[in-house]
Write a protein that binds this ligand. Structure first.
Ligand code: 5RP
Length: 224
């Protein structure tokens, strides 16, 4: 089995948590892709009434193609459940997200959800966060100054680029990835980053997840 097979296993497992009538936050990425496909199939087979709240244009497009009703977060009264991927999860179930530059929308949807499920292949589990670069969404204006501050603090910053162009997020901001190596105290770092003017949102998702579904060779593991 390869990594993609494990992603498929958890996508298919997670769709079982969706019930008729639910409003569901739909995350972003190559793992969520399998969830969205499985949800489209269930809606078709079981005639379910589901509203999807996508966290990226990519997910919205795919959901619509599959016949899932899609609404913007500000058009729904509440979100019952959000299912999303993650880039890294530590032993305390704290996570890094934003590898796919969607963490701002993902976090807004997650904090407005009654329940959050993460779906990951086993390679995403780690003892300590930090070996995956931490994405930070920043306002373009003054971003070089912010970059210098990150550098001074030893965060090893790197702008996310496509050749010589800055990659833009949904909100037309830049991403600076922080090469932290090992992250001592994620809560302290999250607060430090939030306190910096020009930072829109970082990719630390702390104390947010209720259930994690991990893909292994021998099937999905459910961590509650
Ligand atoms: C996007 C994310 C994704 O959930 C994360 O990058 C995991 O992606 P994948 O399922 O493709 O490994 O945070 O911003």
């Amino acid at each position: 089995m390869n990594q993609d097979d494990l992603k498929k296993i958890v996508g298919i497992e997670a769709v079982k948590y969706i019930q008729d009538g639910m409003t569901v936050g739909l995350g972003t990425g190559s793992t969520v892709k399998y969830l969205v496909e499985a949800l489209g199939q269930r809606i078709k087979d079981e005639h379910l009434t589901i509203i999807g709240v996508p966290t990226s244009n990519r997910t919205a497009r795919r959901a619509e193609q599959l016949g899932i009703t899609v609404k913007d977060i500000d058009e729904v009264d509440h979100i019952d459940l959000t299912i999303d991927g993650a880039d890294q999860i530590d032993e305390h179930y704290q996570g890094i997200k934003g590898g796919g530059i969607a963490h701002l929308r993902e976090k807004i949807v997650a904090i407005n959800s009654r329940k959050n499920i993460w779906i990951v292949d086993e390679s995403k589990l780690t003892k300590q966060l930090g070996s995956f670069p931490l994405p930070v969404e920043v306002i373009p204006y003054g971003s070089q100054q912010l970059f210098k501050k990150f550098k001074k603090r030893g965060y090893n910053p790197k702008f996310r680029m496509d050749g010589n162009r800055f990659i833009l997020t949904h909100s037309k901001n830049y991403i600076i990835d922080l090469g932290l190596g090992k992250m001592g105290d994620p809560h302290k770092l999250a607060k430090n980053l939030k306190d910096m003017t020009g930072v829109v949102e970082h990719g630390l998702f702390l104390d947010l997840v209720n259930t994690i579904i991990v893909g292994h060779e021998d099937g999905p593991e459910i961590i509650q």
